[in-house]
Design a protein around this ligand. Structure first.
Ligand code: NAD
Length: 483
């Protein structure tokens, strides 16, 4: 067992068992085996973590930004040095192919590097005052104790995208990772400890009882900020709960991304884009292409090229060589795909690829390309979260923009065209926080990640990401004599 595979919660710099010694099992989705059991924390541990984070905050907020930067840099370097071990843990608990897990570790580390530096630039400003004896200034200060609740689909990056800006800003954090993937979070905490990040600054509370965790967090006045990444229904519940004590809240929620292929698109590039935007992480991504709209004049050619590509995809355990699609996370996720496909077929969709009907085994789900989809199908409105590519035909620009915006979500969109003016106009009219143009890959630590409408509030990454963890304070000086 790698020393980074920890099976207890990490609170105030110590590895902690639940007070009643309860644990829960974490399953490898590729083979159904138990990887290890982990502490199932309850009220006592959550309260212990809040106290630890609160106490640590009293000194962490007063460290210089340079001190915090240096510690984050050490954490970044350790994540890089342990990339293979971290990737192996991730593949075992989450299922994604090892090369994708390595990519995620690099992506996760990039947030630590980025925000280590951003922490040095949390400037205030001076504001010209209307009276000669007045001076107006702003400073920015850390919000305080932060609770970060994260999903299973990107078990490392969704943590560093919150923890790195929070720590750089001078906040302390309690992470509650998904019960499906606690080990990636604990391994990151072990490396933070090794980097010298002080006790209580980063805490990881593992529990199967997410509502209990959030009840305690929301009712505690010392916790000033919640940052959540997960599904829209849970995000809505948390937003309501935050109103009781007016906590700051950031929400990174579900998506329903349109992927538009205009008549002048480079078809091979667009198919490559679908490979990334639809099938990465087995389609289990908030920014996954959910509805692929193809212009009627190129629909047949595009569909046949995509089918050719999908028929070559190898499914298997993430540690096997050459595997492109790992297992789904659990049975519920497979059942959802069965339901969406059956509904679409009943309402007129066709399954286009020959490997779609390969025998299913365990949580391995063969990729599916569905042609002739329409707005009346459930698959149009729901987040698919699996390797199912739903194709829609469109005739003109206005029609496709209207269809693309016909959803409550607004996270990511993609469009393919050689015409710059068309791309610009479409990107302006699409009601989405992010648009990939002739690119199926949009994520980078330097860019603002986040959605509009029911896809969330706030931005992560980029120079804006640290604002979520800072309060602006304004000071008005009077009585300043200019003689
Ligand atoms: P989820 O909402 O079920 O769970 C997310 C986290 O919330 C987990 O830690 C879970 O334990 C916790 N949780 C669940 N119920 C809770 C409750 N009542 N109170 C407090 N916490 C609770 O989502 P998931 O299945 O883990 O992740 C998939 C979802 O996350 C998808 O909808 C996906 O689009 C979204 N997601 C969004 C982004 C983004 O950046 N916008 C990134 C990744 C995933």
């Amino acid at each position: 067992m790698t020393p980074l595979l920890k099976n207890q919660a990490f609170i105030n710099g110590k590895w902690i068992a639940a007070s009643d010694h309860s644990t829960f099992e974490v399953i490898n989705p590729a083979n159904g085996e138990i990887i290890e059991r982990v502490s199932d924390c309850a009220e006592a541990e959550v309260k212990m973590a809040i106290d630890a984070a609160w106490n640590a905050w009293q000194s962490w907020k007063n460290r210089t930004a340079y001190d915090r930067c240096n510690l984050l840099r050490k954490w970044f370097e350790l994540i890089g040095k342990n990339k293979m071990e971290l990737a192996d843990i991730m593949t075992r608990e989450q299922g994604k192919p090892l090369h994708e897990a390595e990519g995620e570790i690099q992506y996760a580390a990039s947030f630590v590097e980025w925000f280590a530096a951003e922490g040095l630039r949390t400037y205030g400003e001076t504001i010209p005052a209307p009276a000669s004896k007045s001076r107006f200034v702003t400073i920015r200060q850390p919000v305080g104790v932060v609770a970060a609740i994260t999903p299973w689909n990107f078990p490392s990056a969704m943590i560093t995208r919150k923890v790195a800006p929070a720590l750089a800003a001078g906040c302390t954090v309690i992470v509650k990772p998904s019960e499906e993937t606690p080990f990636s979070a604990l391994a990151l905490a072990a490396l933070a400890e090794k980097a010298g990040i002080p006790s209580g600054v980063l805490n990881v509370v593992t529990t199967k009882n997410a509502p209990l965790f959030s009840d305690i967090i929301f009712s505690n006045k010392r916790v000033r900020k919640i940052s959540f990444t997960g599904s829209t229904p849970v995000g809505k519940k948390l937003m309501k709960a935050a109103s009781d004590s007016i906590k700051k809240i950031s929400l990174e929620l579900g998506g329903n991304a349109p992927f538009i292929v205009f008549e002048d698109a480079h078809i091979k590039q667009a198919v490559k884009g679908v490979r990334t935007a639809k099938f990465r992480n087995n389609g289990q991504a908030c920014i996954a292409a959910n509805r692929i709209f193809v212009h009627e004049t190129i629909y047949e050619k595009f569909a046949s090229e995509l089918v050719g590509r999908v028929e070559k995809m190898r499914i298997g355990g993430g540690t096997e060589k050459g595997v492109e699609l790992g297992p789904m996370i659990n049975e519920g996720a497979c059942n959802k795909l069965d339901r969406l496909i059956a509904d679409a077929v009943k309402k007129g969709a066709n399954i286009l690829n020959s490997n779609a009907n390969n025998e299913k085994s365990g949580l391995f789900y063969p990729p599916v390309v569905l042609g002739n989809c329409s707005e009346k199908m459930d698959i149009f409105h729901e987040e698919i979260f699996g390797p199912v590519a739903a194709l829609y035909v469109f005739k003109d620009f206005d029609e496709v923009i209207k269809m693309a915006n016909n959803t409550n979500h607004g996270l990511a969109a993609y469009l393919y065209s050689q015409d710059v003016a068309r791309c610009w106009t479409a990107a302006e009219q699409l009601e989405y926080g992010m648009t990939g143009i002739n690119s199926g890959f949009i994520s980078d630590a330097s860019t603002p990640f986040g959605g509009i409408k029911e896809s969330g509030i706030g931005r992560e990454g980029s120079r804006y990401g640290i604002d979520e963890y800072l309060e602006i304070k304004y000071m008005s000086f009077g009585g300043i004599s200019t003689n």
